[in-house]
Design a protein around this ligand. Structure first.
Ligand code: ADP
Ligand code: MG
Length: 302
């Protein structure tokens, strides 16, 4: 019996790849050997951003890259946010999203929605996708096993928003050493059972530092840190900590990019070897960053 295999449609990434010969494909695989050797058994924390998570096809591609990394012995840990989906559900429940200085004002009702949407909807949809791609995912939030403990930022008067004070990485370490892919929603506990909303970049950075990860990779919806945030051709390929601080002071790094560069800087000072801000919309950006010399996005180094 013959099995019909659907031909890739013209113009897609798959159709472009189908033109490579079998020899080309194994050559490419073989060129990845030094990277596979370098990163084998190493933990890589990947933050997947709300903004880059909107498109389902893209999401499936990112997840399949993650499963590939796990299959070749790299230990990915995924941390996710989900701002757009939180807004959708707040809207359905008739709760108006309120922001103060770019931060979500999180009253008790909003916190309930944040916890339900991030810890259940967004988290389990990523877990399901990983499972469908053949990976072994375990979905958690920071409350599980007290992985993320935070302090409510009372002085900012924005409700149940926390800053991470402690990371207990034991559960995540156990999972990755057993070849599971932990998928962590950025909801923390205040230590007394109250859920706190924490920025997912910051959460990923703290986890990477606690695990002494090889790399922190922040996937977002821009090509990296841009000199002009509306012009993708103005991307910085690499920045030092000092340069990042200067760009923040000059107002060039602003809004949602601030917690990203901040957490890269904190991670580097705590022993994480490299930090990258990459475009989650670019096909296979994760694999290009890890398995080739082609630096995608912006690398921040010490
Ligand atoms: P995520 O959901 O991935 O965390 P955010 O919206 O929080 O995304 O942060 C990314 C956003 O930061 C970009 O879409 C952009 O609007 C903004 N931004 C501010 N300054 C810069 C900059 N210098 N370079 C790139 N993006 C910037
Ligand atoms: Mg953000």
């Amino acid at each position: 019996m013959t099995t019909a295999v659907a031909a890739p449609s013209a113009g897609t990434l798959e159709s472009a790849i189908s033109h490579f010969s079998a020899f080309d494909r194994v050559s490419v695989l073989s060129e990845a050997l030094p990277y596979l050797q370098r990163f084998h058994g190493k933990t890589v924390v990947i933050k997947y951003g709300g903004a880059a998570m909107k498109d389902e096809t893209l999401k499936a591609r990112v997840v399949s890259d993650l499963v590939l990394l796990s299959c070749v012995g790299i230990r990915p840990v995924m941390v996710h946010g989900g701002g757009p989906e939180i807004n959708t559900w707040l809207g359905r429940l008739g709760i108006e999203p309120v922001f103060k200085n770019g931060l979500r004002v999180t009253d008790a009702d909003t916190m309930d929605v944040v916890e339900m949407v991030l810890g259940a909807r967004v988290n389990k949809s990523l877990v399901t996708l990983i499972q469908q791609a053949g990976g072994r995912a375990v979905g958690l939030c920071g409350k599980d096993s007290n992985t993320l403990i935070a302090r409510q930022m009372i002085e900012k008067d924005i409700g149940f928003v926390g800053e991470v004070t402690q990371v207990n990485g034991e559960l995540i370490k156990t999972l990755v050493s057993d070849d599971y892919i932990p998928v962590l929603a950025s909801v923390a506990s205040d230590g007394a059972g109250q859920a706190l909303n924490v920025n997912a970049d910051t959460a990923a950075g703290e986890i990477a530092a606690a695990l002494k990860a090889e790399k922190l990779i922040l996937m977002t919806d821009v090509p990296g840190v841009l000199r002009d945030k509306d012009d993708p051709t103005t991307k910085y390929a690499a920045l030092s900590i000092r340069e990042c601080n200067e760009l923040v002071d000059a107002g060039i790094i602003a809004g949602g990019m601030i917690p990203k560069t901040d957490c890269c800087i904190r991670c580097l000072s705590q022993g994480v070897r490299a930090t990258h801000i990459i475009d989650g919309r670019q096909p296979h950006s994760l694999l290009m960053e890890l398995l080739t010399d082609e630096g995608v996005g912006t690398m921040i180094t010490g």
